[in-house]
Write a protein that binds this ligand. Structure first.
Ligand code: 6PG
Length: 239
């Protein structure tokens, strides 16, 4: 199967439908993964787009919650109760309403220095996950500049070849971040990128169906399936 055959593009009417459809699809992927193994793993996206999706997911009682390991796609180097913390966002929208076992919640320690937080997160991924750190599902959002997780255009971290997690620092990156790397995203079985709003259309047009695009999102190519879940405004550029 070539890379294009592993991509599905799903367009829904609006953000409410995006949340419902996203939650249903995530539930199906994780339920299937848990059927074939003792546990299933998902890395959660930050940003604002997945908020309602996480609320919907928390309400799905059929998910194999006790079998799930939860990770994050990226994190800002701030304490876990900081308003910019991706862990905090997931705690408020998902963890607070779902029966997840505390010892299966593997947050990135944003309160630590970026290099130390990345190193310990990398070690956790390798310890917890079978297959040397391969996630069943990674959720991502996409920025207007085509970044995913904390993989920003032209940043040196895009050339990482071996680590699953890396620090992201440099001009304009404040606070510093820790991110899953392209090797981690592309070793994952599935990735779902959730995108809403007409301000994302330009980046989408550069990325979709264009393997030569220089944008980070175009370099995401997981081993089994990449799903783009878009609302109509993002797909068309019209509100
Ligand atoms: C973060 C993520 C980032 C995010 C996109 C989309 O902000 O934590 O690093 O990759 O998913 O910037 O963000 P929105 O969903 O807020 O548009």
């Amino acid at each position: 199967m070539n890379a294009a055959d592993r991509i599905e593009i799903v367009i829904v009417d609006d953000e409410a439908e995006l949340a419902r459809e996203g939650a249903a699809r995530i539930s199906a992927v994780l339920t299937d993964a848990a059927r074939h193994a003792e546990s299933a793993s998902v890395a959660l996206a930050g940003g604002s787009t997945p908020r309602e999706l996480y609320r919907q997911l928390a309400a799905l009682r059929d998910l194999p919650w006790p079998q799930l390991h939860l990770f994050w796609s990226d994190e800002r180097c701030v304490p876990p109760d900081h308003p910019e913390s991706n862990y905090r966002m997931a705690r408020e929208t998902l963890l607070s309403g779902a029966p997840v076992a505390a010892d299966r919640v593997h947050r990135i320690h944003g309160e630590e220095a970026p290099a130390a937080a990345a190193e310990s997160y990398d070690a956790t991924l390798r310890q917890v996950l079978a297959d040397g750190g391969r996630l069943d599902l990674v959720l991502l959002g996409m920025g207007e500049d085509g970044h995913v997780a904390s993989l920003f255009p032209e940043h040196a971290v895009l050339e990482e070849k071996s680590r699953w997690a890396a620090p992201v620092t440099g001009p304009g990156i404040e606070p510093p971040r820790v991110t899953l790397t392209l090797p981690a995203l592309n070793a994952a079985k599935q990735v779902m990128i959730v995108v809403a709003g007409p301000w994302k259309t330009k980046a989408l047009r550069s990325v979709l169906g264009n393997a030569a695009s220089p944008l980070p999102a175009a370099r995401v190519c997981p081993s089994e399936k990449l799903t783009w879940l878009l609302d109509r405004a993002a797909a068309t550029g019209e509100l």
